[in-house]
Design a protein around this ligand. Structure first.
Ligand SMILES: *Cc1c(COP(=O)(O)O)cnc(C)c1O
Length: 421
């Protein structure tokens, strides 16, 4: 039996309607920017496996560090105990995070980092005798699939069975030059009753919403208003973090720093799951008390797993290296040139780019092409390029270590797709 056949017997895949999509491609190996399937065919990983493997798959520098850590200390309870990898990681993160971030709290994935952030914000107010029960979020955002994270994400058909159990969320439109005065008024109105605990946003790029990008100055203005009203600001940088926007964190493009930040995905370079919720001293201090109950009683079994910390440390080291920084600049320039080349193509409606993130919206009627997204995916895979279009948007978010030749192959394959569909 092939892997594909064995897969069908017992596995239930994420985000999949198995009746419509029963087949899953078996990947047996990965190196650098390449994935290899069970027939030996290679694919350029144009989305870094959901933006995780930014330093390349099976990066020797990182795997060596992780394997060394594994042989020394695999795991220990992180309540009442501590260890060097976690301490060192907190020190290295604080060096590169926005200036006001001071404390590092561990969990396991992007969704839990958001749940932690929401709980922190609610309890921050609660501990000060201020019962605030609402969160403001941007329409069309994505923050994860656990209950808290799902609640603050954009409404979708997938949420039907759970909507009655959501936390109390108010959604505002993503600010644009055209709608800003309206959005600002709505935002201010929501804050008047002092019931809003937090404002959560994906800074500058809404990843799952098809890499939609928004203006830094507008979101900045909302953040300033939130701060005036004592609302805790939460930057979900699970996707944008660690160099993808051309700076270490997207929040660095803004004047108003977030009170809380969520990090995961490329935090551990694709090796093992881990997430971090960081916060300012002011947030942390609201939990210090002689009362036990004012502490933050949230924890996960694998909190600060030393192996995951070792992967994160190696990743951060690489991120700051001359080599990766110059690759980032190189990719940005290549994307700009590609954007110039195709932006006037009749099948292209809009192009956008920030850092190493590039996206284009197709100028075709979805109805006419039916399941276009799946057809495009099959086309790309047939051509040895792994890109997963979101609706009618094709985006590239490749590992930093992708070669010029590989990047060019992604571009020419996209051009070929534009001429085919
Ligand atoms: C992927 C993502 C999440 C959820 O992370 P998981 O690890 O999949 O739970 C949350 N926020 C953003 C912005 C993401 O891109």
């Amino acid at each position: 039996m092939t892997l594909r056949e064995r897969d069908k017997k017992h596995l239930w895949h994420p985000l999949t309607q198995h009746k419509l999509h029963p087949d899953h491609l078996a990947i047996t190996k990965a190196k650098g920017a390449l994935l290899f399937d069970d027939t030996g065919k290679e694919y350029i990983d144009g989305i870094a496996s959901w933006y995780t493997c930014m330093y390349g798959h099976c990066n020797d520098y990182i795997t060596d560090k992780v394997s060394k850590q594994m042989k020394e200390l695999d795991h220990v309870v992180f309540a009442g105990f501590t260890h060097e990898p976690a301490i060192k990681l907190s020190e290295e993160l604080i060096k590169i995070l926005p200036d006001n971030q001071q404390k590092i709290f561990f969990s396991d994935n992007g969704s839990t980092s958001v749940d932690v952030a929401i709980k922190m914000a609610l309890q921050y107010h609660f501990n000060q005798g201020d019962k605030r029960n609402k969160v403001i979020a941007l329409e069309g955002g994505f923050h994860g699939d656990t209950f808290g994270a799902m609640s603050v994400s954009g409404l979708s058909v997938y949420n039907g069975p759970f909507e009655d159990f959501f936390i109390d969320v108010e959604r505002i439109s993503v600010p644009t030059k055209e709608n800003f005065s309206e959005v600002k008024t709505q935002f201010e109105r929501l804050l008047t009753d002092h019931k809003v605990a937090a404002f959560i946003y994906e800074p500058l790029v809404q990843g799952a919403a098809a890499m939609k990008m928004h203006d830094a100055s507008l979101i900045d203005e909302l953040l300033a208003i939130a701060k005036e009203h004592g609302v805790v600001t939460i930057a979900d940088e699970v996707m944008t973090g660690f160099g993808k926007t051309g700076k270490n964190f997207a929040s660095e493009h803004l004047q108003n720093l977030p009170d809380i930040m969520c990090l995961s995905k490329s935090l551990t370079a694709g090796l093992v799951p881990m997430a971090i919720t960081s916060c300012s001293q002011q947030i942390y201090d609201a939990f210090l008390s002689d009362e036990l109950g004012k502490g933050f009683f949230h924890g996960h079994t694998y909190s600060a797993n030393p192996t995951a910390c070792a992967a994160a440390l190696a990743g951060i080291e690489l991120l700051q290296s001359e080599k990766i920084q110059s690759r980032i600049k190189n990719i940005i320039d290549s994307h700009k040139a590609f954007e110039e080349k195709i932006k006037n193509h009749p099948k292209v409606k809009e192009t956008r780019q920030l850092g190493v993130i590039f996206a284009l919206d197709l100028n075709i009627e979805m109805e006419r092409y039916g399941n276009l997204r799946y057809q495009l995916f099959d086309f790309f895979m047939k051509n040895g390029v792994c890109l997963r279009p979101l609706g009618s948007t094709i985006y590239i978010l490749a590992p930093f270590v992708i070669t010029d030749e590989q990047l060019n192959k992604i571009y020419t394959t996209i051009e070929k797709a534009l001429d085919t569909f």
